[in-house]
Ligand binder design. Structure first.
Ligand SMILES: Cc1cc2nc3c(=O)[nH]c(=O)nc-3n(C[C@H](O)[C@H](O)[C@H](O)COP(=O)(O)OP(=O)(O)OC[C@H]3O[C@@H](n4cnc5c(N)ncnc54)[C@H](O)[C@@H]3O)c2cc1C
Length: 598
């Protein structure tokens, strides 16, 4: 069996790598496999309207919280700025796109050899696309869809059936089925009341909890609801007011069984931690969107690999507008000074590639790093400021992603013969959750993202996200693969006899920030106390969770702050030049006319 593996310790790259169709509330019984695999008759009409993002992401922006759906920025009329961005993840690239659109000049530096950060992917020597992790796009990704449309990548998404599928031990399927002729909030109420993933009692208690949630306020006052949700997580110093989703849910009447069978897999998929450890804010942010927006819960996946279908078009857009990528150039140090009047400002960035070292100078600097990256980068002395010190309260969650290629179709539960042939892809074409394995969510990429992952003559390519990743981090790849294979078999007994022909393991030591109760107040704004130094990144303050959407939104926010500060940044540049002159030195604080590697 061929295998490849890659280990990402912290931020560096090393390593080798249904409104019940019956109409009865509370009538859900776990459906037989054959019933569940069949598509709902109503699904076609809902889908066809959504097949393209041309539809302007439908009702998403109507009566929506402004923080998540910011208006288009005004045309920038200030001085042109040279901006250096550290990090070519989605946050860094989103910042770059926004700045270029406003006429600025942009250079992006990343220590890795590929762009995209956690949503990056690369091709190994045998032509396999290795992804950092399984990525799904919720319908509420307004900012990311806007970015994809800008760069011409909006057609690169495949819309899945509007249902969330749970695979239980033995191949029993449960569903949260949003396919319904009427939109939000009725489609969501129906999905929760008729789900066959929960028993009647748990469903009833579930419904009570959700009815008592800020989600209801979101229907009439989305901004007020978003404030209520944020407030659930606003007390970093009062442990009694730091509310986990489990605490919140159970206090409102929800049951432990609901958490175990439905909410934990969802929480793991969203933040790689369970409901006991995840803040209520995080889960309720998503629920309020699911409840109020018809498409928020509709999943899309890329046609193929992120490098070709997501990062590639963004890169092209940036380069076509004069932006430059400097890959394998890691930023080692933020150089700064403090002026006689006590103002701290950045004078440059020390970057290196292998043994080459350079100093970068710009009018504004953006650190669009991940959590471990930003902690390493900030000058120690800056921790005297609470703003920067708070960042050290955030920690990244380990996660392990495993890809398994089979010589048959693992998720094809209806027809044994079809699962054994290799002429045509067969099985479940959607994101799949499970409460019964160490991986909380998974998908058969050969079905969901066929352009790069369906290979003639080969079968399923399962991509499984192991959460929590901690116990798997010290294990060898062979052990990890062995364990995952066994668990796949227990979910799909019909796959007995199919063989794994290729596998890969990607370990990320610190991925998303741990969205635990009380952590939200520690997230920094994109604007910092250092006037010419800005932050972006999914962990920074933005109204969504740590995700592709959050990263994109943070980039929009960073760009807006930079544009707002345009005149001030030019004044600072003059001030720095004057200080240099008075000191009679060609001090590192001077900003040359051209942003360049000096
Ligand atoms: C396994 C997995 C599955 C996921 N699934 C989903 C999903 O289904 N849906 C979803 O919305 N989100 C998902 N996410 C989350 C999503 O990938 C991230 O939230 C998002 O990509 C973060 O983007 P970012 O730009 O903020 O950070 P990153 O992508 O981490 O980018 C930061 C970049 O900064 C670079 N960097 C750091 N320090 C330095 C330095 N000193 N010098 C130079 N470069 C530096 C890094 O190399 C990196 O490229 C998933 C994440 C993982 C790990």
């Amino acid at each position: 069996m061929a295998a490849s593996s890659i280990l990402f310790p912290a931020n560096s790259v090393t390593g080798t790598r249904s409104w019940g169709k019956s109409g009865f509330l509370f009538s859900g019984r776990r459906r037989s496999v054959a019933q569940a695999v069949r598509k709902a008759p109503g699904s076609v009409s809902v889908r066809s309207a959504l097949d393209s993002l041309e539809a302007n992401v439908s009702d998403m922006s109507v009566n929506a919280p402004k923080g998540l759906f910011p208006p288009e920025p005004e045309h920038y009329r200030g001085p042109k700025l040279k901006v250096a961005i550290i990090g070519a993840g989605l946050a860094g690239m989103s910042t770059a796109v926004e700045l270029l659109d406003q006429g600025h000049e942009v250079d992006i530096y990343d220590s890795r050899s590929f762009i995209g950060g956690k949503v990056g992917s690369f091709v190994d020597r045998k032509g396999n696309h290795i992804e950092m992790g399984l990525h799904v796009f919720f319908g509420c990704y307004n900012n990311l869809f806007r970015l994809m449309k800008k760069v011409g990548a909006d057609k690169n998404l495949l819309v899945k059936d509007h249902t969330h599928t749970f695979v239980n031990k033995g191949g029993e399927l449960g569903e949260l089925d949003f396919r319904f002729p009427v939109g939000a909030p009725l489609h969501g109420i129906n999905a929760f009341l008729t789900t066959n993933q929960l028993k009647t009692y748990d469903k009833a208690r579930n419904a009570v909890a959700l009815a008592l949630s800020p989600v209801v306020r979101a229907l009439v006052d989305p901004d007020g609801a978003m404030r209520d949700i944020r407030n659930l997580d606003s007390h970093s110093d009062l442990p009694s007011l730091q509310i986990s989703f489990s605490d919140w849910f159970i206090s409102k009447g929800g049951t432990r069984t609901s958490i175990q069978r439905m909410w934990d897999p969802v929480a793991y998929a969203l933040g790689f931690i369970d409901c006991d450890n995840m803040s209520a804010r995080c889960m309720l942010t998503i629920f309020s969107l699911f409840a109020t927006k018809t498409e928020a819960s509709l999943l899309r996946m890329l046609k193929g690999s992120p490098d070709i279908f997501l990062s590639g078009p963004i890169r092209k857009y940036i380069e076509d507008r004069g932006g430059r990528f400097h890959l394998r150039w890691g930023c080692r140090q933020v150089l700064y000074e403090t002026s006689p009047d006590g103002e701290t400002y950045v004078t440059g960035l020390a970057v290196s590639r292998a043994t080459n070292k350079e100093t970068i100078k710009a009018d504004a600097y953006v650190a669009a790093c991940d959590v471990p990256g930003i902690k390493k980068l900030l000058p120690k002395e800056w921790r005297e400021s609470k703003f920067f010190d708070n960042i050290y309260e955030l920690v990244g969650v380990p996660v392990v992603t495993v890809q398994l290629r089979y010589n048959g179709w693992v998720t094809e539960l209806q027809d044994l013969e079809r699962s054994r042939q290799l002429r045509r892809a067969a099985g479940l074409d959607n994101l799949l959750y499970t409460p019964d394995a160490d991986f909380s969510c998974f998908a058969d990429l050969a079905l969901t993202s066929p352009e790069d992952y369906y290979i003639e003559g080969q079968g399923s390519l399962l991509q499984c996200v192991l959460t929590p990743g901690d116990p798997y981090m010290p294990l060898t790849n062979d052990k990890i693969i062995e364990r995952v294979k066994k668990q796949v078999l227990s979910l799909f007994p019909s796959s007995q006899g199919l063989e794994v022909t290729w596998s890969s393991v990607v370990k990320i030591g610190q991925s998303l920030y741990r969205e635990g109760p009380g952590k939200d107040p520690f997230r920094p704004d994109q604007k910092t106390p250092v006037k010419n130094f800005f932050l972006a990144g999914s962990y920074t303050k933005q109204d969504y969770i740590d995700s592709m959407e959050g990263a994109t939104l943070s980039g929009r926010q960073a760009s807006a702050f930079i544009c707002q500060a345009g005149e001030e940044l030019v004044a600072l540049k003059k001030k720095i030049a004057a200080i240099d002159e008075s000191q009679g030195s060609s001090n590192s604080a001077s900003v040359p006319d051209e942003l360049s590697l000096v």
